[in-house]
Design a binder for this molecule. Structure first.
Ligand SMILES: [Zn+2]
Length: 92
């Protein structure tokens, strides 16, 4: 167990389960339990990962990962993409 959890999660090329395509900024959003053997890691792009983290049933580690990403974005070592805007949603 680590005393701090401030490092952003590894983000790289992977399959976004929401975009249903390979993206360059995929990160783990869920760990599916298999009947036997190792569990399967579900990945999503950062944009979708943020949406998952905002859900009430999102695991705490995912919220922490997003918080760490946000902290990294605010630091000078990370260059945020221009023209970033949240996806349009139809209010329910
Ligand atoms: Zn996505």
């Amino acid at each position: 167990m680590s005393s701090e959890h401030t490092a952003p999660p590894p983000v790289g090329r992977g399959w976004c389960v929401d975009c249903e395509r390979y993206v360059g900024d995929a990160m783990a959003v869920a760990y599916a339990q298999g009947n036997s053997g190792p569990g399967k890691v579900l990945e999503a792009c950062v944009a979708h990962a943020r949406e998952y983290a905002a859900l009430w049933f999102a695991p705490q580690w995912l919220k922490d990962d997003i918080a760490a990403l946000d902290a990294a974005e605010r630091s000078s070592t990370y260059e945020p993409q221009k023209g970033h805007s949240p996806p349009s949603q139809s209010g329910t």
